[in-house]
Design a protein around this ligand. Sequence first.
Ligand SMILES: [Zn+2]
Length: 57
Amino acid sequence: MPGAYLRVKCGDCENEQIVFEKAASLVGCAVCGTTLATPTGGKAEIEHEIVETVEAR
Ligand SMILES: [Zn+2]
């Protein structure tokens, strides 16, 4: 499986956006710029609330 997508809720501004589970680069909130996911080489480290997992198709 190539990896899932996660719906992550920004803890700072409550924006929700889709983040790739294995993000290879830093993912920032599109609204306030807060870091949502940090790449680790495998699964990204999500620093905010994961609302749901969206399975890849
Ligand atoms: Zn935000």
